[in-house]
Structure formats: structure tokens, C-alpha cells
Design a protein around this ligand. Structure first.
Ligand code: 6PG
Length: 222
């Protein structure tokens, strides 16, 4: 995998925004991430390109809360990106208001055989990515593209997540990781051996490139 180390958090957000915009302009299918890190990247992506009409937007994972809840990954992307666009993409959000298990079944069917052109991912302090937590049964799921399960870290609401095989089928995987507090886990995820205790170490594109965009602080142990 390729590491792209930039100086500041803002530089990292800009690099991720450029990735998103490139895929959106090309009419790609993109999967967005949750957490707090991508917010600035979403804002910059909307500034760089307000016309996303050619793109289709999916999510890598979702918290089982209503779409207007402050913990919703969809809400983050709506406020920071989608609401700021002049031309909107097709939006395929994970409809968790149907219940977590039902939403996972529905998303699995919706995703079908669709190839994702770009998947944006974050990295949790325990090594999780999307909602694939250390040693969780979801890591062993081979038959499904989407599963529901409990969280390993706050917020303690159930999650719906793409599985490792669904993520690995993407044409391009981009991790965005910033801050000194992620330095040790970034080393395990991007420079260590594949390890179910660090799920991000297992998620690499089988079809194309995997890159990690890190600011200088997050790259300190690499
Ligand atoms: C989620 C995520 C998750 C996130 C990491 C990093 O729904 O929580 O998609 O995988 O990307 O936990 O989160 P932060 O950006 O908040 O550190």
C-alpha cells in the first residue's frame, strides 16, 4: 500500500477531498466514512466541485440512529458535503431506521454486484475501520457484503458495516488519518502484519490501489 504523508491536518483533508472530487467528476460510485476526521474533507470537496450529478454516494458504515441524529454518518456527510452541492449525486444511504439487521439485508441487496470506485475509510484508536472492530465475528464474514453488529467503542449504538470482502472489492481505498493519538495504531494498520486485532490491517484493495493519507503527526511512528 502507498503512504501519502502531508504536513498538516488541513493538507490531509485537502488531499482526501481531491480524491473524492476526482471520483465524483468521473461519475464514480463512492463510499463515504463516518467519524469526525472526514468532516473537513467533505467541506473542501463541496468547495472544489459543487456538481456531483454524475456520482453515486454510498457509505462504508452507519450507526443505528435516525438519519438526523448527531451520531449519524449520513448526517455528517449531508451537512458537510451533500447540502453544499449545487448538483446532487444519487444517494444510497444505509436506512437504519428500518432496524439494524433489516438495513444490513437491504443494503446488501442494493449494493448487489456494484463495484465501488473509491472507498474512503477512517482508523479508530483500537484499529477498527468502517465498523469492523477487533476480533469481531464480522471479520470472518465471507458470504455477505453488509452485516450488522455491536460496536467496540463509543458511540455505543449498533452498527451496519460493509464486510472486508466488500471493501476489498473496491477499485481504490483511501484511508484518512490525522493526529498524534493515531500514530501507533497507524503503524499497526499500515506497516504491521495483517492482524484481526487491527482490522484496518486487513482491508486492502484486491483490484487497485490502497493509499493512506496521513498528516505528519499521525505518521510519526511509520
Ligand atoms: C464510524 C466510522 C469509523 C471511523 C473511525 C475514525 O462510524 O465510527 O466510520 O470507522 O472512521 O472510528 O473515527 P474518527 O475520525 O472520529 O477518529
Amino acid at each position: 500500500m502507498k503512504l501519502q504523508v502531508v504536513e498538516t491536518t488541513e493538507d490531509a483533508a485537502r488531499a482526501a477531498a481531491e480524491e473524492l472530487v476526482g471520483a465524483a467528476r468521473a461519475g464514480g460510485h463512492l463510499a463515504l466514512s463516518g467519524g469526525s476526521t472526514p468532516k473537513r474533507a467533505y467541506e473542501l470537496a463541496a468547495e472544489l466541485e459543487p456538481d456531483w450529478s454524475a456520482a453515486t454516494v454510498w457509505w462504508g458504515d452507519e450507526r443505528c440512529v435516525p438519519p438526523d441524529d448527531a451520531r449519524s454518518n449520513y448526517r455528517l456527510a449531508r451537512e458537510a458535503l451533500l447540502d453544499r452541492l449545487t448538483q446532487h449525486p444519487a444517494v444510497r444511504r444505509i436506512e437504519v431506521e428500518h432496524g439494524c439487521e433489516e438495513a444490513a439485508d437491504l443494503y446488501d441487496r442494493q449494493l448487489g454486484g456494484q463495484t465501488l470506485d473509491l472507498v474512503l475509510l477512517g482508523l479508530g484508536p483500537d484499529g477498527h475501520t468502517a465498523s469492523l472492530f477487533p476480533d469481531s465475528p464480522a471479520l470472518a464474514e465471507l458470504g455477505r457484503r453488509v452485516v450488522a453488529g455491536p460496536p467496540g467503542l463509543p458511540p455505543y449504538v449498533d452498527r451496519v458495516t460493509l464486510t472486508i470482502s466488500a471493501l476489498r472489492a473496491a477499485r481504490r481505498i483511501v484511508y484518512l488519518v490525522t493526529g498524534r493519538e493515531k500514530a501507533e495504531v497507524a503503524e499497526r494498520a499500515f506497516a504491521g502484519p495483517p492482524d484481526p486485532q487491527t482490522p484496518a490491517s486487513l482491508v486492502r484493495s484486491d483490484r487497485g490501489e490502497t493509499i493512506a493519507i496521513l498528516d505528519r503527526a499521525a505518521a510519526a511512528a511509520l
